[in-house]
Design a protein around this ligand. Structure first.
Ligand code: PMV
Length: 315
């Protein structure tokens, strides 16, 4: 039995991906149906400083000292040790498991970092604060995709819907009435750093056109915040549809994502869009709770390789 364990949920971005990198607001919500879990078993007989990491999904089974500087699992462990000023921890084995699909825009990287930071600090007897966990997970995120906005580590650490603006204090969203989302995996995936870099190149070539799109996306996030506070959730649907069109203009959608979005709408979804970096990964659809299964079946017939139904609540 592991002596210590910690977990962190997945997430989806409801509004504002990509534009958030350029200072616009975005909305993200935790997805508790999937999670990353990290557990520690002390190695009582092991020499001081010996740390072994096992993460089946990432294909890692190695000593911390053997893992490269840029390895995100090792980076999260090292970040926790450094923050606590511990250079030779008592020997331990860290196991990481995650049900969050990798590279799908559901925050698997940030969730794994958060779980590791929590469990390592708890094991060392000094649980890190939420602020420390989020900030350190942000540093590790930089290894994954270069110029992250910070939205993933924030929503995943605090496990609450957030209205996020880069370099601003986190704002928790008021969600007056719960609503249901269907999340569908398009099968393919493109690393977020690749789509973020593609948008950057396109922005550099045509700054004004792109900035107009970013501003429109930011405005959708602001409208959505008002709608959620008022509990007028059905109005989120058209806002999601518009956000998807703007993401298409940024060329981060894909034929598969567009097909899933169209199938969800045909099956009765109130609105749908890609979520996260795009060019693969997941789409999200706003659905009536009683229609969620039917929409899930429809997107599966259209090629979705997995679906998750989740309820968004205020806390
Ligand atoms: O990690 P993903 O794929 O959910 O995407 C993150 C959202 C982006 O806006 C594309 C990048 C970022 O750092 O905010």
């Amino acid at each position: 039995m592991p002596a210590f364990s910690a977990s962190a949920p997945g997430k989806v971005i409801l509004f504002g991906e990509h534009a958030v990198v350029y200072g616009q607001p975005a909305i993200a919500v935790p997805v508790r149906a999937v999670s990353a879990k990290a557990s520690i078993t002390p190695d009582i007989q092991g020499p001081g400083g010996r740390v072994v990491i096992e993460a089946a999904q990432a294909g890692v089974a190695a000593g911390l000292s053997e893992l490269a500087e840029g390895d995100p699992l090792a980076a999260a462990v090292r970040a926790a040790l450094k923050e606590l000023g511990v250079s030779r921890p008592p020997a331990f084995k860290l196991r990481v498991n995650s049900t969050i699909p990798m590279a799908g825009g559901l925050g698997s990287g940030a969730a794994v970092s958060v779980a590791i930071l929590r469990v390592v600090s708890a094991f060392l007897g000094h649980a890190l604060s939420e602020e420390q966990v989020s900030q350190l997970a942000f540093e590790v995120e930089k290894l994954h995709h270069g110029t992250p906005s910070g939205i993933d580590n924030t929503v995943i650490t605090y496990e609450r819907p957030v209205f996020f603006e880069k370099d601003r204090p986190v704002e928790f969203l008021e969600v007056s009435a719960p609503f249901t989302l269907l999340i569908a995996d398009s099968g393919g995936s493109t690393p977020t750093r690749v789509t973020v870099a593609a948008v950057r190149t396109a922005w550099q070539a045509e700054p004004e056109r792109h900035e107009r799109i970013f501003v429109q996306i930011g405005e959708l996030a602001r409208q959505a915040r008002r709608v959620m506070a008022a509990g007028d959730n059905e109005q989120l649907g058209p806002l999601m549809d518009t956000n998807h069109k703007l993401l298409q203009q940024l060329e981060v959608s894909s034929p598969e994502l567009d097909a899933l979005v169209a199938a969800a709408r045909r099956a009765g979804a109130l609105g749908a869009k890609l979520s996260g970096g795009g060019r693969g990964g997941n789409m999200i659809a706003l659905v009536k709770a009683e229609e969620a299964e039917a929409v899930a079946a429809a997107v599966k017939r259209t090629g979705a390789v997995g679906t998750i139904i989740t309820t968004v609540r205020g806390s």
